[in-house]
Design a protein around this ligand. Structure first.
Ligand code: WT7
Length: 640
């Protein structure tokens, strides 16, 4: 396979080359793609100044990512399986789509979209369950140059509407419903509710999945199966500039509403494939399964784009790890003889809690490589994954990256980089991490801990935040001059290995999902009885972090007091979705504030952790008495 590192010396050499001559390094990789027109210049960039970031890779190149998935691979892979779809219900048959079949479906749906009037640059919101048509829809958008904005189908109508409005999407692609475990979720209803507030949307395409009855809006709603009827399977790919937008994906931050992270075409393509094949060390004939949902970046880069560009076979799973029972993952591994398995630490911890009896009956001998993503993996979970799942013979790749980075940044290369529990280890070639102190001074050498930044552009990085470039600068490039701020703290240990500690901003990582505290507070504050709230994360055995909300309410009667917690949870569910529901809610009469009115979250975090023995300096508090009240009413046992 081209551009694949095969041993540690090769990694070290490529890394050295990528820092000494980044343009030469990436140009060599880009050579193996199908270009309609080659680039004039490999890289133009600026991380500083008002217009930053201004990053252009493969300047003036013309290409299409789907030509590089399909046309480029077609001669050798037409009959090879591209996607295996494993349904929620194991009694339903699976679907296997070869590269040839998937290509036809993509071209056919692309033609249908064109006929509906979708043009290059239009935004298409996709709100679908994990069905093969989700991959078809996104690739069809890419084929015609429409920008996909996929919204995880667990988000509420209000969260979906926010994203549609921000992207000014012209069309929404959805389904009647979706299956997850024993539940059937009425996605079309949720879309109907969202669209009441989305004037930009002209059309919605509806796929049949659950066959339940749906409300129909004549003139706006069209059935997927009707619009593809009679549509041809020939379609020429739209010529895309290297820097044309491929997709938008919304993600949460410290402040405000979620931002639309913008990824461009050529750089993302090259980065997704390069990182996939090198980190996982995928070989022809392997069977790769990433358990993520395509609604998150992990699914974009490592279920669809990375594997399909590589020509891999990628499994797409509709269900949940614990239904029909807690052995489902291992059933699927056994059924398809999975060689590469990629999941989140939260799933591993949840399965540990169910006991080993769900693992032992399955044949896991096909496994060769295990991966984790989304949050720090604690040593206990790493050991269980390594010993009980990998039988101590499979390397674990602990992959650190972000929605904004487009692909994996720091990770072992499977079987090449010696691993160490809870360490993401070393940067990939082309990635230049740097640790700084809060003043922005570089922390040199090993055995240091600081704020993780990246000092040089890489092809898969975000280019802007949709509709608001200034926000991109403020969020990522204003803290430290000339550096991309990741928002994570990290250690570089005595061997030079990176260990990611976790977020240093007001973002909580709940079960590997990024949740902004401000967003949850805004949702809680929508409840008519709520005056003010403050949300922090606290250590949670399975989720990594749980959500702890301190809430001030208007006077509540005893009856209201009895139901308020559930009502607050319902409110958050309504404005964001179930993933953001607070685990603990404490009704308080005041919040610890400074004289200038700023909430001292540090104190609330400490109390949530159950440790008030060292609250630090509280002398600036307006009313120190509230701290005692909060401690005595805390939802955890607090050490004083
Ligand atoms: C945040 C990014 C990357 C795709 C899924 C999440 C945390 C991610 C690791 C890891 C420790 C990790 C970071 C990061 N994170 N991977 N291997 N070890 N922490 O993407 O929603 O954009 O979240 O997830 O805190 O900043 P995301």
């Amino acid at each position: 396979m081209v551009n694949k590192i095969t041993d540690l010396a090769g990694y070290l050499e490529k890394y050295r080359q990528s820092v000494a001559d980044p343009e030469g390094f990436w140009a060599e990789i880009a050579e193996s793609y199908q270009w309609q027109k080659k680039w004039d210049k490999v890289l133009d960039w600026k991380f500083e100044g008002e217009s930053a970031p201004d990053v252009n890779w493969f300047v003036n190149g013309k290409m299409n990512i789907t030509e590089n998935i399909f046309e480029r691979n077609m001669s050798s892979r037409k009959d090879q399986v591209a996607i295996i779809w494993e349904p929620n219900d194991p009694k339903e048959p699976e679907i296997r789509l070869t590269y040839g079949e998937l290509f036809d479906k993509v071209k056919q749906f692309a033609n249908a979209l064109l006929k509906l009037g979708v043009k290059k640059g239009d935004r298409v919101a996709i709100y679908l369950p994990m069905v093969p048509e989700l991959a078809v829809a996104m690739l069809a958008c890419a084929r015609i140059g429409a920008i996909h904005s996929i919204v995880f189908a667990g988000f509420s109508a209000s969260a979906l509407a926010d994203r549609i409005i921000d992207a000014e999407a012209k069309i929404v692609i959805t389904s009647d419903g979706g299956f997850r475990g024993t539940k059937s979720i009425h996605l079309k209803n949720i879309v109907d509710e969202a669209l009441a507030n989305c004037p930009s949307v002209e059309l919605s395409v509806v796929l049949k999945r659950t066959e339940e009855k749906v409300h129909w809006e004549e003139g706006r709603d069209v059935w997927w199966h009707e619009i593809i009827e009679g549509e041809s399977t020939s379609n020429d790919a739209q010529a895309m500039d290297s820097e044309d937008i491929l997709f938008i994906l919304y993600t949460s931050g410290s402040t405000g509403k979620p931002k639309g992270v913008v990824h461009s075409t050529a750089g993302y393509m090259i980065f997704a494939e390069y990182t996939f094949k090198n980190v996982f060390q995928y070989n022809d004939g392997d069977m790769y399964w990433c358990t993520a949902d395509i609604g998150w970046v992990t699914g974009h880069s490592y279920i669809v784009y990375g594997p399909l560009l590589t020509g891999a076979t990628s499994i797409m799973f509709e269900g949940v790890p614990t239904w029909p029972d807690a052995g489902r993952f291992w059933d699927v591994v056994d059924k398809y003889k999975v060689t590469h398995f990629y999941t989140a630490p939260t799933a591993i911890r949840a399965l540990i809690a169910q006991g080993d009896k769900w693992v032992v009956d399955h044949d896991l001998s096909s496994l060769k490589v295990l991966g984790t993503v989304g949050e720090p993996i604690n040593e206990e979970a790493w050991r269980w994954y390594h010993d009980t799942i990998g039988k101590s013979r499979c390397p674990i790749v602990d992959t650190w990256w972000q929605t904004e980075t487009g692909g994996i940044m720091i990770s072992p290369l499977a079987g090449i980089t010696p691993t160490k529990p809870s360490h993401a280890t070393l940067p990939l070639p082309g990635i230049q991490p740097i640790l700084v102190d809060p003043e922005g001074n570089e922390l040199k050498g090993n055995s240091v801990e600081g704020i993780l930044c990246i000092k040089f552009p890489w092809p898969g990085m975000l280019r802007t935040t949709y509709g608001d470039h200034k926000r991109c600068f403020n969020t990522y490039f204003s803290a430290f001059r000339g550096l991309y701020l990741t928002g994570d703290g990290a250690k570089r240990d005595e061997e030079g290995y990176y260990r990611i500690i976790g977020r240093i901003d007001d973002v909580i990582n709940v079960s590997g999902h990024r949740i902004g505290t401000a967003e949850v507070e805004d949702a809680i504050n929508q409840h008519p009885k709520v005056v003010e709230s403050a949300v922090v994360g606290y250590p949670h055995e399975i989720k990594g972090s749980g959500i702890y909300a301190y809430v001030i309410c208007e006077d509540l009667s005893d009856r209201e007091m009895a139901t308020i917690e559930n009502e607050i949870r319902d409110t958050v569910n309504k404005f964001i979705g179930p993933i953001a529901k607070p685990d603990k809610i404490q009704i308080v009469s005041g919040l610890p504030k400074t004289r200038s009115g700023k909430i001292m979250r540090r104190i609330l975090r400490k109390i949530g952790e159950g440790d008030a023995s060292n609250l630090g300096d509280t002398s600036t508090l307006l009313d120190p008495g509230v701290v005692d009240e909060i401690i005595s009413g805390a939802k955890v046992e607090v050490k004083r």
